[in-house]
Design a protein around this ligand. Sequence first.
Ligand SMILES: Cc1ncc(COP(=O)(O)O)c(C=O)c1O
Length: 385
Amino acid sequence: MLKLSQRANVSPFIAMDVLSKAQQLEAEGHKVIHMEVGQPSFKLPQQIKEKIAKTIQTDYLGYTPANGQQQLKEQLSLYYKDYYNVEIDPERFIITTGSSAGFNLSFLACFEPGDKILMPVPGYPAYRNILKALGLEIIEYHYSSENDWRFDIERVKALHAKFKFNGILLASPNNPTGSMLSPDELKLTCDFCSNHGIRFLSDEIYHQISYGKEEATAAAFSKDAIVVNSFSKFFGLTGWRIGWLIVAEELVRPIEKLAQSLYISAPTISQNAALSCLQNQDLFKDSLKKYQGNRDILLSFFDAKKMNYLPADGAFYIYLDIEFTNLVATILCEKLLNDHKIAVTPGNDFDPEGGHKYIRISYARDEADIITARDKMDLFFSQYI
Ligand SMILES: Cc1ncc(COP(=O)(O)O)c(C=O)c1O
């Protein structure tokens, strides 16, 4: 048999496996409530759909510059001024095929194989797989109740003294926990990285989806931090595969050269859609209210049942402690799907060691589904309380 590379030997994304089982049940005629994948269920606003339809009729839609359309970069620069009150030169933006491509480009541009990167546990599963595929060594920062599930800079300093990592990759709000860094904590992290020659990658993909805590961008505190962001979450353009980076001036050309060869350019129609979304942000404000309502419904249910969950300050997930059921997460998820047609993700996806004690519930859906799911979970969990 011909050789397979060890770099490609990454773990499967279990949420996607749950999704395909759920789809199988749907094909057999069952109605499943999807709370396993992290994607908003709302449809693109009509006004934007019409604009895109017109563009398809009239425009050529060839490649764009590898770093993206000028107009989109300029619009993003305005967005940072409006939302964060931070001035960023449009030339520092790189438009990517989802934030996923942004990670690859950043890691390739900034690190050598064997370099060490600090990443959160629990954290977004693709981080681990991308780092492994690129030959980077993972150093884990474990969120824990001892630190109120916070990213504690003192622990980061201690880990750096021991492992001398070269980069930090961090999402705030974090997937799956929803925990966030305060602006002060983010600034301390940026300063620590600047003072120790550490490259900071700040994953800000869940910005604009938070519930009362202040959001800040790493771009406000450091010119060397790489900001990774996307149109997938707040704007709901998951399948359009469109995101952006903000990088230091000296990284623009190296990343452009990598992008030219790896992707040529992000899909042109998606860049047009992204521009329309930015120009019509008011059309998206309602979704935050929906998430807030869904979150309230679920959290008050879990509180009433005295069930524990992690902070859930941002994003649209609840990372629920299921240890009291004495079931491991994979089995619990299977039962919930088979018996009650509710699809959720086992925590193993986000934390290979401790994740079997948790499930992740995505509530980016219509309220009616959330209420049905809550009632079914009530029936299910009552067996174990
Ligand atoms: C924390 C985090 N970062 C990045 C991504 C990747 O998103 P995309 O490639 O659609 O921009 C996700 C997707 O769920 C995520 O949760």
